[in-house]
Design a protein around this ligand. Structure first.
Ligand code: FES
Length: 215
């Protein structure tokens, strides 16, 4: 029986330049190979050992410098503070009380109580008319008495000591009279009180001419 599908003569086909089976089944075109990613460079932010050590030592040096600078500044300030003298602002110890004619006999005014004194025109033990300045400090424990016009006495609100207009104690626990301040007439005739000098009656100091002004 005759073969109806004879096998093509390859030699003839090759000779005729026909494409061979091999040529027909050629390998498919290769895909482009993607380029290999380049080896990752170390990031600049990534801490290297050197960078780490530098950071540690750098920060310690910075801390040390800051501490050193602060201590030097403190020493400098201390030295300057030592060289500058302390300045205490104290109220002046003297004050002017005005003209003697401004004071009425046996009249107590609180005009100078804020600066710690009562300036009074009165009479002394010898019945002389004088002007004197009494301290407003109670001789018991240092409170400030009040002048009670109706009772004509100084009364201490703390423990009840009482003082006459002369300053002499007569009731309560105060052990002695109020103290007087130094007083004088200035060249212009004005009264000047000096609180830096005090006179105590129990010591006989009220006889001192600096403790009163004769009127
Ligand atoms: S302080 Fe004035 S009576 Fe005590």
């Amino acid at each position: 029986m005759a073969d109806n599908n004879p096998t093509p003569d390859t030699s003839t086909a090759i000779a005729a330049g026909a494409p061979t089976a091999t040529a027909v089944t050629a390998a498919p075109p290769t895909k482009p190979v993607p380029p290999k990613p380049a080896a990752a460079k170390p990031s600049a932010k990534e801490p290297t050992r050197r960078f780490f050590l530098a950071s540690i030592f750098g920060s310690w040096i910075t801390v040390a410098w800051v501490a050193f600078s602060a201590s030097m500044a403190a020493m400098l300030l201390g030295t300057l503070r030592f060289m500058v003298p302390n300045v205490l602002s104290e109220p002046p110890s003297t004050f002017r009380a005005g003209d003697p004619t401004n004071f009425e006999l046996n009249k107590v005014e609180d005009k100078f109580k804020d600066v710690g004194a009562w300036v009074i025109r009165g009479r002394d033990d010898r019945n002389r008319e004088i002007i004197y300045a009494l301290s407003t400090t109670c001789t018991h424990l240092g409170c400030t008495p009040n002048w009670l016009e109706s009772e004509k006495k100084f009364k201490c609100p703390c423990h009840g000591s009482g003082f006459k207009i002369t300053g002499i104690n007569f009731e309560g626990p105060a052990p002695r009279p109020l103290e007087r301040y130094a007083i004088k007439k200035a060249d212009d005739g004005q009264i000047v009180v000096d609180k830096s000098r005090k006179f105590q009656r129990e010591l006989g100091q009220w006889d001192d001419a600096d403790s009163y002004i004769l009127v």
